[in-house]
Unconditional design. Structure first.
Length: 454
C-alpha cells in the first residue's frame, strides 16, 4: 500500500473509523494517538503534533524531570502508510506504525524507528540486508475479584494440557496476527506453567520490529477478549521467565531483491558459519554488556538474566546452546543456506524493539569491520563450568543490574555512535530514572524490613 489516499480507501473498504498511530518510546512501552478516518489523509501528509516530553517518561510512567525535554517543544508523529492494517480484535479500528519527525520534516534524532531505518539503509548500501524474527514468550493468567493474578494452569513444560486449556485463545491470536499479515510459524506452551510462545517469520529489519509491536498489541488485546490477562514481563512470577529471542541473519542485498539464496552467514566449507557470521558473533560478544542495556532494559530484566534458568547469564556463544548469549541454531537438513542464523537470547519484551535491533546490528557490524574472531564455542552449560575454567576461557558474567548495564552502554563508543548523541542521552536519562526509582524503593523496603527485626 502506498499513499494517503490508499489508506483512506482502505479505511472505507474495511469499515475503519479510528486509526491508531503506534510508536514506541525509550521506555519500551507502546504508545498511540488515534485519528478519525476522515483525518487519516492529513495525518499521513502532515503528521500529528506530539509533545517531545513523551520521550521522557520511564517504564513506571514517571517523567524524568531533570531530562532534556520539558513542557515546551513539539515534534510530529508521521504514520507510515505501508504499515496500515485493520485491527481484527478492535471494532472499526486500524493501525499504522509511525516515525517521529521535527516540525521541519526531518527525522527526529531521538526517534528509535527512524534511527533503525537509517542503519538498515546503511547496511543495504554496503550490500547486506538484515533479516530478523522476534520470538516472543508471554504468560496468560486470570485475576480474582481483588485484581490479584490467578495462574491459568500449573502444567507447563510443553504439556498438551496447557495447549488444550487455552486453545481457543491462542487460535484467536494466531488468526488475528495472520489477518494483519504477520506470519506465524509455530506456537507451543513453554516451560513454565501458563507460559506460551509465538514464533513469527523472518522479515527485513524495520518490518520485523513493526511486526513485534503488532504482536504485543494483539496478544494483550485478544487475551482480554477471552477473559485472560497477558504479561510479557521478564520475571512475572516465581519460577517463570519471559524472553524475546532475536533471530538475525544478513543476506546479499541484491540477491535478497531477487529472492535468491545468498545468506552472508552461511559457508558450507566453514562448518556452516561464514567469516562474516563469525565476525558478527564476535562483535555481539564484544559489546554484550552494553547491548543488554538496550535489549534487557528494566530492573525486572535482571531477575531473568541468571544462570541455568533457560536465559543467558554469561558472555559466550555456542551451537545449539540455550544457556549461551548467542546461539547458532541447528540448520535445516540440506538447507543450511536458508536457515543459518544467530539467536540473541538476552533480550526481553520490555525492550524497544527498534533500539534492541539497532544495537545488535551496530555491534555485529563492528565485528565485521574489525575482523573480530569469536572465542571457541561453548558446548556445555556455562553455569556448570568451574569459575576458573570460565575465567581461562574469557567467559564473563553479563551485568547483574540495570545500573551496571547502563554504565556499560554509556562507555561503549560504538553503540553510542550508532544511537547518536541525542538518542543516547535521552535513553540513558529515562533508564537511569527507572533505575533510581527502583533503588529508592529498595532502600525503603530494606528499612521497613529491618525495623521489624531490630
Amino acid at each position: 500500500m502506498s499513499g494517503h489516499s490508499s489508506v483512506a480507501e482502505s479505511c472505507r473498504d474495511a469499515n475503519v473509523d479510528l486509526v491508531r498511530l503506534l510508536f514506541v518510546t525509550q521506555s519500551g512501552a507502546v504508545r498511540a494517538h488515534s485519528v478519525d478516518s476522515s483525518k487519516v489523509e492529513s495525518a499521513v501528509e502532515d503528521g500529528v503534533t506530539l509533545s517531545q516530553l513523551v520521550q521522557s517518561y520511564n517504564a513506571l510512567g514517571l517523567r524524568d524531570k531533570d531530562g532534556r525535554f520539558d513542557a515546551a517543544g513539539e515534534v510530529r508523529l508521521v504514520p507510515d502508510p505501508e504499515t496500515f492494517r485493520p485491527l481484527p480484535y478492535a471494532e472499526r479500528a486500524g493501525a499504522m506504525l509511525c516515525n517521529v519527525e521535527t516540525l521541519d520534516g526531518d527525522p527526529w534524532s531521538v526517534d528509535p524507528r527512524s534511527s533503525l531505518r537509517a542503519l538498515c539503509e546503511s547496511f543495504r548500501s554496503d550490500g547486506l540486508a538484515p533479516e530478523v524474527a522476534f520470538e516472543s514468550e508471554f504468560h496468560l493468567f486470570a485475576e480474582d475479584e481483588a485484581g490479584d493474578p490467578i495462574r491459568v494452569d500449573e502444567r507447563g513444560a510443553y504439556a498438551t494440557g496447557s495447549t488444550r486449556e487455552t486453545h481457543e485463545t491462542m487460535l484467536a491470536m494466531v488468526d488475528a496476527l495472520k489477518a494483519q499479515d504477520v506470519g506465524v510459524e509455530k506456537y507451543y506452551p513453554e516451560y513454565a506453567a501458563g507460559k506460551h510462545e509465538l514464533v513469527t517469520g523472518h522479515e527485513p529489519g524495520v518490518r520485523a520490529a513493526d511486526h513485534h509491536v503488532l504482536l504485543r498489541e494483539t496478544v494483550e488485546s485478544v487475551a482480554r477478549d477471552h477473559d485472560y490477562r497477558a504479561t510479557f514481563l521478564p520475571k512475572p512470577f516465581d519460577h517463570s521467565t519471559n524472553g524475546c529471542h532475536v533471530h538475525l541473519s544478513l543476506w546479499d542485498a541484491a540477491a535478497a531483491d531477487d529472492e535468491s539464496d545468498e545468506n552472508a552467514f552461511y559457508d558450507p566449507d566453514r562448518d556452516g558459519l561464514s567469516d562474516t557470521g563469525r565476525h558478527f558473533v564476535a562483535g555481539i560478544l564484544d559489546h554484550a554488556p552494553a547491548l543488554v542495556a538496550l535489549a534487557a532494559p528494566t530492573v525486572n530484566s535482571y531477575a531473568r538474566l541468571r544462570p541455568q534458568i533457560g536465559a543467558a547469564a554469561f558472555v559466550c556463544w555456542g551451537r545449539g546452546n540455550r544457556e549461551a548469549l548467542v546461539r547458532i541454531p541447528a540448520p535445516k537438513p540440506d538447507d543450511g543456506g536458508a536457515s543459518t542464523r544467530l539467536e540473541f537470547r538476552a533480550a526481553d519484551n520490555t525492550a524497544n524493539p527498534y533500539l534492541a535491533l539497532l544495537g545488535l546490528l551496530a555491534a555485529g557490524r563492528d565485528g565485521i569491520e574489525r575482523d573480530l574472531e569469536p572465542p571457541e564455542p561453548v558446548s556445555a552449560d556455562p553455569g556448570n563450568l568451574r569459575s576458573s575454567e570460565r575465567a581461562e576461557r574469557g567467559i564473563e558474567r553479563l551485568p547483574r543490574t540495570l545500573g551496571q548495564a547502563l554504565d556499560a552502554l554509556e562507555a561503549d563508543s560504538v553503540l553510542g555512535a550508532a544511537l547518536g548523541a541525542d538518542l543516547l542521552e535521552t535513553y540513558l536519562e529515562v533508564k537511569r530514572s527507572h533505575w533510581e526509582a527502583f533503588t529508592d524503593s529498595a532502600v525503603s523496603w530494606e528499612r521497613d524490613r529491618l525495623r521489624t527485626v531490630y
